[in-house]
Ligand binder design. Structure first.
Ligand code: MLT
Length: 262
């Protein structure tokens, strides 16, 4: 792990390899270690960097009551610039995909390609916003163990390995309560970015687990269909957490993708 100092604060990254950069953005309430299988498994495909978003992992703690998705996007671009990288192949998982779409809309010049894994471009419904508030209250009052248990049951397919369950629990239980609360508020507030997808001028990939209940396959496929140069892949037998649940399948897809877009 190393640190990148920017005018927006200090951010932790994990990186391997050299050459064209693929940048990986994690989901809620996770950190860069969710990408360990991709960072090591995509050897020979340029530089792979996974970043801890503000408030997560070892990056700058958050002191905001709302961890705005655009704030994360500004942080990510500050890191890209501090590293002296011109363009990246951006890979965003779930909440990281919301951040990636903010970058696609607000900093399109930074992208060579965009891949969203188990993510979506739609905004939250009113019911989803209420669920987020309730989930933040439950986590704060009942603890991260309860949240981790809920997430293992809701986000992984029944056939997920013990290791996948262990990794999810480790990340969730390491996340600060402040970040859990602020991230839920930030995700609830995000706008729909379906027009951003329809206006993309870089190649676009949407990957999703067959049984993903958070960002269902139909939304993922619809995004790829709407993008001018989009393709979608559904991973059979997987839930929401495909990068840790089916790392080989995700790596095979990303290997072909990165070769194609460079
Ligand atoms: C995530 O996996 O990042 C979150 O579950 C996404 C969300 O809650 O919308």
């Amino acid at each position: 792990m190393e640190f990148v100092d920017t005018e927006r604060g200090r951010f932790a990254i994990r990186r391997e390899g050299s050459g064209p950069t693929a940048l990986f953005l994690h989901g809620f309430p996770l950190d860069a270690t969710m990408w360990l299988d991709q960072i090591t498994g995509l050897e020979g495909l340029g530089e792979r960097i996974a970043m801890d978003l503000r408030g997560n992992g070892h990056s700058e703690p958050t002191h905001h009551d709302i961890a705005d998705i655009d704030m994360h996007a500004d942080d990510v671009v500050a890191v890209i610039e501090a590293l002296g990288v011109l363009k990246v192949d951006l890979v965003g998982f779930s909440m990281g995909g919301y951040v990636a779409l903010s970058i696609a809309q607000r900093y399109p010049e930074r992208l060579r390609s965009l891949a969203l894994i188990d993510s979506k471009a739609d905004a939250d419904s009113d019911a989803a916003k209420i669920n987020r508030t309730n989930a933040a209250v439950r986590a704060t009052l009942q603890g991260r163990e309860a949240l981790a248990q809920e997430m293992i049951e809701a986000l992984l397919s029944p056939s997920a390995s013990l290791l996948a369950k262990a990794r999810l629990r480790t990340m969730v239980e390491a996340c600060s309560f402040e970040t859990i609360v602020a991230s839920q508020a930030g995700m609830a507030k995000r706008p729909a970015r379906t027009k951003t997808v329809a206006g993309l001028d870089v190649p676009f990939l949407a990957v999703v687990g067959e049984h993903d209940g958070v960002t269902p396959p139909e939304l993922s496929i619809a995004m790829a269909d709407a993008a001018p140069n989009g393709m979608s892949v559904v991973i059979p037998g997987a839930g929401h957490m495909t990068p840790i649940e089916k790392p080989r399948a995700v790596n095979d897809i990303l290997r072909d993708w990165l070769k194609k877009v460079r």
